[in-house]
Design a protein around this ligand. Structure first.
Ligand code: PSU
Ligand code: MN
Length: 311
């Protein structure tokens, strides 16, 4: 459902009205996921990658009391420069930020909500939130998972980081009926590494195949999103054992410093970057670009499919 707060950038509105391919992009990754200026540079490269693959990018954020689908350069720059001082906005935060006309960087969950209102079906990001380690006791389960269960947007990601409990995350997604598609892989990728040792139920090999399955899901009246898990390119894949050591270290520091709730994911991301001496940032950037390209290719295939069905 569209709300009175929705503001589609003209280019995005035009593309959607013409049935052209559009890809949604999140903004928490800009303000909380990477340091300045790499965050702004990456956000712009991601938009450029989407364009090169034939789709229109719509970076999403909350600004001036509006749910914005599509940002201009100044707005992206503001999000990147303000960094973690921007409110990290998930579903529960949206009404406060709108009412108070405050700046909000949207998580996967909030980006899905706004994308769905705008009529955008494809969304590219780095990694999704999930069930945190110890989740069975501390109940720290990202709102991203509930959103995937209810909102009709497909998320292209490189899996999830092993800062999370990946087996529990996959169990949760199964319970809530969220399809997890491995793109040219039988394994659920672990963000920085191509492998996690965990399988996916379905493997698809082309953007057209993915577009067909997504259209079939929604045409069959099955509400909710889907995950298209696209492994980091081989060249930028990091050694899982090395990373697990780093992650254990980062988690121990988070516990010592009593970091909890919405602060834990950004804290761990910056700790990992510090402990890998910046190497994790390089693979983070490359996997986001890789996901943006695939999301655009799927969006193009979806738009062709809809045209064929119309003619
Ligand atoms: N995982 C990453 N990078 C990120 C995030 C997650 O590898 O930037 C961000 C995304 O915006 C995701 C959010 O939606 O963190 C999840 O936060 P939480 O675990 O608090 O729900
Ligand atoms: Mn949480």
């Amino acid at each position: 459902m569209m709300s009175q707060y929705l503001n589609k950038k003209e280019e995005v509105a035009d593309a959607l009205a013409d049935g052209k391919a559009v890809v949604a992009l999140e903004s928490t990754i800009i303000s909380h996921g990477m340091p300045y200026p790499e965050n702004v540079e990456t956000a712009l490269r991601v938009e450029e990658t989407v364009r090169k693959a034939g789709a229109v990018p719509a970076t999403i954020a909350i600004l001036d009391g509006q749910l914005c689908a599509g940002l201009n350069l100044d707005q992206i720059e503001t999000l990147g420069k303000t960094g973690t001082a921007v409110a990290k906005a998930s579903r529960r935060d949206i009404p406060f930020l709108l009412a108070k006309k405050q700046l909000g960087a949207t998580t996967v969950a909030a980006t899905m909500i706004i994308a769905a209102q705008a009529g955008i079906e494809l969304f590219a990001t780095g990694g999704i939130g999930g069930v945190h380690r110890g989740g069975a006791e501390n109940f720290d389960i990202s709102a991203d998972l509930q959103e995937l269960a209810r909102t009709n947007v497909a998320v292209v990601c490189a899996g999830a980081k092993s800062i999370l409990d990946l087996p529990l995350t996959l169990e949760y997604l199964e319970t809530y009926g969220v399809p997890v598609i491995g793109y040219q892989t039988r394994e659920f990728p672990a963000f920085y590494s191509r492998e996690s040792g965990l399988g996916v139920d379905y493997t698809l090999h082309t953007p057209e195949e993915v577009a067909t399955v997504l259209a079939t899901k929604w045409n069959a009246g099955l509400a909710g999103g889907a995950i298209i898990a696209n492994p980091v390119p081989e060249k930028f894949s990091m050694d899982a054992t090395y990373l697990n050591g780093i992650i254990e270290h980062a988690l121990a520091e988070a516990t010592r410093e009593k970091i909890k709730g919405k602060a834990i994911t950004p804290y761990l991301l910056s700790k990992i970057k510090e402990l890998t001496e910046g190497k994790s940032l390089v693979s983070n950037i490359e996997l986001v670009l890789n996901n943006a390209r695939l999301a655009a290719e799927i969006a193009v295939a979806s738009s062709l499919l809809k045209r064929e069905l119309l003619t």
